[in-house]
Design a protein around this ligand. Structure first.
Ligand code: SAH
Length: 216
């Protein structure tokens, strides 16, 4: 079985130093990235490059995001201990583990069955568990568990998934790549009250598309 040895730990430390040099200063984010063994979330052929700032293919033609993207989204989310976070797009489960390492209670949804199954296994292997893990359509969110302190969307939405904003607590943040596939903008919404939001934009980004319904 693949493990986590001193070489991986050393490379992870260098990745954390790199992210810090690129302006990621949230200590909780850096500590989490320094603790989650990213190489175990991807195929072994990519293992030597797992701590470079690169995205890699995972099952179902999806990708594990760049570490800098995970770090930026996690920073923008302003996570506090024990907060309830809804994550759309479990994917490999890497971002989920980073949020759990930040001591959040994560509720996560994935629409690709292969990835849902993969992430179940890796969470078990790493002995961690999200509060709730769903095979479903993130556009719907998880109304029965709402409201959430934070919502993170790790796929690009052409238009705003309004159901998700409804499931955000007043005073909460949602971070989402928004816009057409070739012009997605990393966007943060702050819910001021039940009907009004503040919107901030953080530049262009590139995520796999947010798609409707599930894929068995
Ligand atoms: N955070 C992941 C990134 C995975 S890529 C990681 O760290 O590996 C984005 C993921 O969003 C893909 O797995 C894709 O299948 C998923 N996705 C796309 N549309 C979705 C939807 N409507 N509901 C849930 N997941 C969705």
């Amino acid at each position: 079985m693949r493990g986590d040895n001193y070489l991986h730990k050393g490379r992870r430390k260098q990745l954390v130093e790199y992210l810090f040099s690129k302006g990621i200063t949230d200590a909780k984010v850096l500590q989490a990235i320094g603790s989650v063994p990213r190489h175990l979330f991807m195929e072994s052929i990519f293992e030597d490059f797992a701590y470079e700032d690169r995205a890699f293919p995972i099952a179902a033609s999806q990708t594990i995001s760049h570490p800098s993207t995970v770090a930026e989204q996690s920073s923008l989310l302003k996570v506090e201990e024990n907060q309830k976070i809804l994550e759309i797009g479990t994917g490999s489960g890497y971002q989920t583990c980073v949020l759990m390492a930040m001591k959040a209670q994560v509720y996560t949804i994935e629409r690709q069955k292969d990835l849902y199954d993969f992430s179940l296994k890796i969470f078990k292997k790493l002995n961690v568990s999200p509060k709730f893990q769903s095979f479903g359509d993130g556009f719907v969110g998880l109304p029965s568990f709402a409201p959430f302190d934070r919502i993170i969307v790790t796929c690009g939405a052409e238009s705003l998934p309004v159901q998700l904003l409804k499931q955000l607590k007043v005073g909460g943040f949602m971070v989402i790549p928004l816009g057409p596939e070739d012009n997605q903008i990393l966007t943060r919404f702050y819910k001021k009250d039940e009907t009004s939001f503040e919107k901030e934009e953080f530049g262009l980004c590139k995520f796999v598309p947010m798609l409707k319904n599930v894929n068995l």
